[in-house]
Write a protein of this length. Structure first.
Length: 337
């Protein structure tokens, strides 16, 4: 009988507690050989290096240190990394690809709550719910006592989705619950036929912006996407449009957005900011037309168990010699967050 590959869980203590209940720890132990210690939050101590020397598999998540050349040199047998979270951009160094180490992440599973948050934000944006709630002049006065919020409706509205990513695709699909919605997608890499089959229309960003009642950002964080939505792009949006960002804060120019929101022309729902967290003197803070949440759209609470299950399923496929379903490659890293 083939022996189980040696494995080490690498993440911080809080992540271990969130990812592994007794059932999932038993599942992990059934797939790999867990030594002592089972988990580590660093890879530089003598104890951690001793475990690295043995392992073929790392199971990682938040709090895992980067897999640098020096650390990989201490892991001569390492063959695969299963990441129980989304992006591996801060985890893997170029040496990982050079060694031919297989990498899988749980970004597909993490996309589910982000898309759900985005749908809720889009629906609330249609009715301007968070902004009316923050305006004490109108919040308690009844529907006939407010102005400056535009058409409070989710019927026959236009939603612009920037980035047909794994999350953007889910958002487009979820938008089908809205009656008469027009969905526009901007993504230079998207297939027009695939977008059309999902019920949306692929257009250039310059064509999308003037038509969007709600603009939802789902592009990756890359050098070329920094401030993708800046002063000129924001000025193209219709009055009283709402900008939603659940992707990366750097996609938006914060100063330009603050100016438009302070003037009452645009509204914003931001789960990510640049920088994060915002400094105390940020002009975005305290604006009644801006709702900021603390990067909670991604997996939280019991949602984290879905990430673990995804990683364990990938690990099971790898140990059985089957293809990975969510393998990350060096080439894919140039397109995804």
């Amino acid at each position: 009988m083939k022996s189980k590959p040696a494995a080490l869980v690498v993440m911080d203590r809080d992540s271990v507690r969130a990812h592994f209940d007794a059932e999932r720890l038993d599942t992990l132990a059934g797939l790999v050989a867990l030594g002592d210690p089972v988990w580590a939050d660093e890879l530089d101590s003598p104890a951690a290096r001793a475990r690295l020397a043995e392992v073929e598999v790392l199971v990682t998540s938040w709090g895992a240190p980067q897999l640098t050349a020096e650390r990989l040199a201490a892991a001569p047998n390492l063959k695969a990394v299963f990441h129980c979270a989304g992006s591996v951009r801060s985890l893997v160094a170029d040496e990982v690809w050079g060694r031919g180490i297989r990498v899988s992440n749980a970004a597909d599973a993490n996309a589910i709550p982000v898309a759900e948050y985005t749908l809720a934000a889009i629906i609330f944006a249609g009715k301007k719910v968070p902004f009316l709630a923050a305006d004490e002049r109108s919040a308690y006065q009844g529907w006939q006592h407010f102005t400056g919020y535009g058409d409070l409706s989710n019927f026959r509205r236009t939603v612009g989705v920037v980035g047909y990513s794994r999350i953007g695709r889910r958002v487009v699909d979820l938008l089908r619950v809205l009656d008469g919605v027009t969905c526009l997608v901007s993504d230079p890499y998207a297939d027009p036929a695939e977008v059309a089959a999902a019920g949306a229309e692929l257009v250039d960003l310059a064509d999308l912006l003037p038509r969007a009642d709600v603009l939802s950002l789902h592009a990756p964080e890359l050098p070329e996407t920094r401030h993708l939505i800046g002063e000129q792009e924001l000025k193209l949006l219709p009055d009283q449009a709402t900008v939603i960002n659940t992707a990366r804060g750097s996609l938006l120019d914060p100063a330009a957005l603050a100016a438009e929101c302070a003037a009452g022309r645009l509204f914003a729902i931001l789960d990510v900011t640049d920088p994060e967290p915002l400094p105390a003197d940020s002009p975005l803070r305290g604006l009644p037309g801006v709702l900021i949440t603390p990067h909670i759209a991604g997996s939280q609470g019991t949602e984290i168990l879905r990430l673990t299950d995804h990683a364990l399923a990938e690990l099971a496929r790898w140990t059985a010699g089957e293809p990975l379903r969510t393998e990350v490659t060096a080439e894919a890293m140039t397109l995804h967050a």
